[in-house]
Design a protein around this ligand. Structure first.
Ligand code: ADP
Length: 741
């Protein structure tokens, strides 16, 4: 909602309290004048109606005049010069009708806003310097944050002498707690009181962030409206959030009146760009501190914020250092044990020692493991399945689980707070730390539930009428997780994934090792079986031949056919055994590299296999073949198999052709053997390189081992082999070798 759609006079109800347009409340506090000028012409466009009381001139005498008509002209010129050059506008002292004032200019959009406020008690520059030095010396960053806060409030009390000075710290929900206090004797202590977030609504917090230090010099003051209400420059409500004299929200005034406060000073403590807390000063009667004093206060809060940042960073690093030590030990445990869950819970340190917690749970590979004080197994399992598995973030933390997951009410004594990290990528393994409910009593400054009243059906904001202690037991909340807890959990998460990946890698390596051992065993087995089969096979073949030669006449036709089948089968088996043995040999033999002529090798094969006489119709073309660096015996087997296939599978053609060659592409030699034979369906182009894989029918002899040998040879040379083919269109076999220089 645009802030300017709500005017000050509108009622503010509980639902719109965060939209109360306090930055455009067009009123000034009573102790000073807000004057608005056109930054180019210096014509006065707006002014608070207390101008008569403060400066002794009427509103009519001011409006539409030029600033130089009422203030010294050199001051106006100086201001204009700074505006033109874009220089920072600085406060100036000015004498007006024998009275000293502070002039504090700033730009608010198209308006030049000038706060004119009394000079107040004049401070001797030496004293001012002393104040700043005292601030620097006394605000240490030793001791706890609470001790630092106590130092700061004591110093502020000493410097500005308000009746009560408090440090008010916000929690993550913007509720506040008084964490340090100094007060006059006889005043009731508010130390430890909590205030609900609605006490300092969002717009007020935003203005605190912007302005830093803010005073209300007299809570009972009569606000001075700025005339006219809308800026004549742009016809919009004037944004006076940057004004030191900005009027106060009537709700806030009522709030202060209820607390019997006469004047206040509030300074923002900003830590890492976020409002951490407020330095709140209350005085029983009206009290004004001047611009210089407010500057000292700004300086003080700045120094305090810096020290606080240092302190929190130091604590963060110390805690992290402690948790790092534990994390490293956990990693060692995880590395030395197969069972990851056991490594994290069965020894010292446990993963629950990493952050302050009451217990923890590991859910890994479908197994739940609990440690310390935790909800029951069933409760943790349903938390995992019904809540955590649904969440998107890898790390989830809350101090009050029941706000997100209502069944947590049943185990809040064990796990009000949880910090959960997902381990692994699959959303199924988790590590959880639990924090029991912090059964602390909270003293609220008034009942936070009763913060409004209903009139005519609208709920109105009403500051609490009573500030007696009202105690509420905060239920279902644990001590909040700190940034270092979060960081420690994240770091452990990374370590676990490293360990898991390493373990998986080791497992794969182990499996690979086992596999190659099994393969080697199988090779040896098949080699020895094939080898041992040869002797009985020779026996079968030999005796079958004796039968054929000497007892042929004694056998009838059936007997003779049977004998021929025995001889044919024995021959086929011999061939098969030979091929298996060659295949195994290639697997077991090391490559012996040598440089040789592929041309000579091919010619040798053609001659030894009598390819020309076996296939007299085949036209053979041999291209220019280079010298090869590789294992000659193996490559001979490879080429022999490819050539034999090319001749064999093209022999049925009318004009069979075989081409052997080599082409140079992509910086390597690609060797090929092409034919115009039967070809085959390319969907089998990978399968045919497997042992015993045959596509051709019985009319073509073969064992289905030739191409498997070819592939092995190529792989031994770190090369590759592939085929381009189509049924009836011939086949082209290609291979490459990684030839050593
Ligand atoms: P085989 O002893 O059966 O020839 P290979 O391992 O050498 O065994 O070849 C496997 C299968 O690949 C063959 O059975 C055949 O179906 C097919 N094949 C191999 N080379 C060719 C080719 N040049 N033309 C057509 N088919 C081929």
């Amino acid at each position: 909602m645009a802030a300017n759609t709500l005017s000050y006079s509108e009622k503010v109800n509980v639902t719109n309290c965060d939209r109360e347009p306090i930055h455009i409340i067009a009123r000034a506090q009573a102790h000073g004048v807000i004057l608005v000028c056109h930054p180019d012409s210096m014509e006065i466009t707006q002014c608070s109606d207390n101008v008569g009381k403060i400066l002794g001139i009427s509103l009519d005498e001011v409006l539409s005049k030029n600033l130089s008509d009422i203030l010294p002209s050199d001051l106006t010129k100086n201001l204009q010069k700074k505006l033109n050059s874009g220089e920072t506008l600085l406060p100036e002292e000015v004498k007006f009708r024998n009275k000293n004032f502070f002039l504090i200019p700033h730009l608010s959009g198209e308006n030049l806003v000038i706060d004119i406020e009394p000079f107040g008690e004049s401070i001797d520059p030496v004293l001012f310097q002393e104040q700043l030095t005292k601030i620097l010396n006394e605000l240490g960053n030793t001791g706890s944050v609470k001790e630092m806060c106590q130092q700061a409030v004591s110093l502020v009390k000493y410097l500005f002498n308000y009746n009560r000075v408090m440090m008010y710290r916000f929690d993550e929900e913007w509720n506040g707690e008084v964490v340090a206090e100094v007060k006059e004797d006889g005043m009731e202590s508010w130390l430890g009181l909590h205030y609900p977030a609605t006490d300092i609504p969002k717009p007020a917090r935003e203005i605190f962030m912007k302005q830093g230090v803010r005073i209300i010099s007299d809570v009972q003051y009569k606000p001075s409206p700025i005339q006219p209400e809308l800026s004549p420059i742009n016809n919009k409500p004037l944004d006076i959030s940057g004004s030191e004299l900005r009027g106060v929200s009537p709700i806030h005034i009522e709030y202060l009146q209820n607390m019997k406060v006469g004047a206040s000073l509030t300074a923002a403590i900003i830590l890492n760009g976020k409002l951490w807390g407020l330095l709140a000063c209350h005085h029983n009667s009206p009290k004004f501190i001047n611009y210089h004093q407010r500057q000292s206060c700004r300086f003080l809060t700045q120094v305090f914020s810096n020290k606080l940042a240092l302190k929190t960073t130091k604590t963060f690093l110390e805690k992290l250092q402690q948790s790092e030590k534990i994390r490293k030990e956990l990693v060692m445990q995880m590395n030395s044990m197969a069972d990851l869950s056991a490594a994290l819970v069965k020894f010292k340190p446990k993963f629950t020692d990493l952050v302050a917690c009451s217990g923890g749970a590991i859910y890994y590979q479908g197994k739940l493991c609990l440690s310390g004080s935790t909800p029951s197994e069933e409760e943790v399992m349903s938390l995992l399945h019904n809540f955590l598995a649904e969440r998107k973030e890898k790390v989830f933390q809350t101090k009050s689980l029941k706000k997100f997951y209502s069944p947590a009410e049943n185990f809040k004594d064990k796990a009000s707070g949880i910090l959960c990290i997902e381990i692994g990528e699959e959303k199924q393994d988790y590590l959880i730390w639990f924090r029991a409910e912090a059964t602390k009593s909270v003293s609220w400054g008034g009942n936070p539930e009763k913060n409004g009243y209903v009139k005519d059906g609208v709920e109105y904001l009403s500051p609490r009428k009573s500030f007696e202690r009202w105690t509420e037991k905060v239920s279902g909340a644990a001590k909040a997780w700190e940034a270092y807890d979060f960081e420690a959990a994240q770091n452990l998460r990374e370590s676990i994934s490293h360990v898991v990946v390493k373990k998986q890698k080791d497992e794969i390596n182990e499996l690979n090792k086992n596999l190659s051992e099994a393969n080697a065993e199988l090779e040896t087995f098949s080699y020895s079986v094939s080898h041992d089969l040869r002797a009985p096979l020779r026996g079968i073949d030999g005796y079958a031949r004796i039968l054929q030669e000497n007892y042929k006449e004694k056998l009838d036709e059936y007997g003779q056919n049977a004998l021929n089948t025995i001889l044919g089968s024995a021959e086929k088996m011999e061939e098969l055994i030979e091929d298996i043995l060659s295949y195994s040999k290639v697997g077991q033999t090391k490559c012996v590299q040598q440089l040789f002529s592929l041309q000579n090798l091919v010619e040798e094969i053609i001659a030894s296999q009598s390819l020309k006489s076996q296939f007299p119709n085949t036209k053979l073309s041999i291209g220019n073949l280079p010298k090869i660096n590789g294992d000659r015996r193996m490559i001979k087997q490879l080429m022999a198999n490819l050539l034999e296939n090319a001749f064999k599978y093209s022999s049925g053609k009318q004009h069979p052709e075989v081409v052997i060659g080599c082409k140079y592409e992509d910086e390597k030699n690609i060797y090929f053997v092409k034919d115009n034979g039967i070809g085959f369906n390319p969907e089998h182009q990978d399968k045919i390189f497997d042992v015993f894989s045959r596509l051709a029918g019985e009319e073509y002899s073969g064992t289905g081992v030739g191409l498997a040998i070819a592939k092995r040879v190529v792989e031994k040379h770190n090369g590759s082999i592939w085929v381009e083919t189509a049924p009836g269109k011939g086949s082209s076999f290609y291979f490459t070798l990684k030839e050593e220089e």
